[in-house]
Design a protein around this ligand. Structure first.
Ligand SMILES: Nc1nc2c(c(=O)[nH]1)N=C([C@H](O)[C@H](O)COP(=O)(O)OP(=O)(O)OP(=O)(O)O)CN2
Ligand SMILES: [Zn+2]
Length: 148
């Protein structure tokens, strides 16, 4: 229950909004700092030279004050537009390693995809609003990044 302030008005309430977005991409787990042999040992089938694909599902969560006038933490229409620019345009139907310059020397693990999305989303959103980026690489493999 939110506390009443000295003027008997309801204090700020904090809300969380999550927008879900799917995208498809292919990649290969291969570290340029490791030998071919070690890459193969560590990444196994995911080191296949011709790559493999995923239907990723990303959950972007923002956290903030519920504005008294608009009733919103932020307009989901705006969040949708940021997701289009940060996730869909650069990543959807792409080869992550070859089409996205960030991954030229960064292994395209789901952890690093989450960092990529966080770092670009945080630049677009108002300060302190982004709370979490969660990626389902498969139904079984889920990564969370909170900017730490
Ligand atoms: N820490 C991480 N480990 C692994 C990652 C990753 O991003 N971070 N990624 C992979 C692979 O990219 C791979 O595609 C995972 O696929 P797979 O093992 O086939 O997926 P599932 O576990 O869901 O499938 P099973 O049914 O259990 O085989 C590997 N490791
Ligand atoms: Zn993979």
């Amino acid at each position: 229950m939110a506390q009443a302030d000295s003027r008997n008005e309801v204090a700020e309430r904090i809300g969380y909004i999550t927008r879900v977005q799917s995208f498809s991409a292919c990649h290969r787990l291969h570290s340029p700092t490791l030998s071919d042999e070690v890459n193969k040992r560590i990444f196994g089938k995911c080191n296949n030279p011709n790559g493999h694909g995923h239907n990723y599902k990303v959950e972007v969560t923002v956290r903030g004050k519920i504005d008294r006038h608009t009733g919103m933490v932020m307009n989901i229409t705006d969040l949708k537009q940021h997701i289009e620019e940060v996730i869909m345009i650069p990543l959807d139907h792409k080869n992550l390693d070859k089409d996205v310059p960030y991954f030229a020397n960064v292994v395209s693990t789901t952890e690093n995809v989450a960092v990529y999305i966080w770092d670009n989303m945080v630049k677009q959103l108002p300060a302190n609003l982004l709370y979490e980026v969660k990626i389902h690489e498969t139904d079984k493999n889920i990564v969370v990044y909170r900017g730490e």
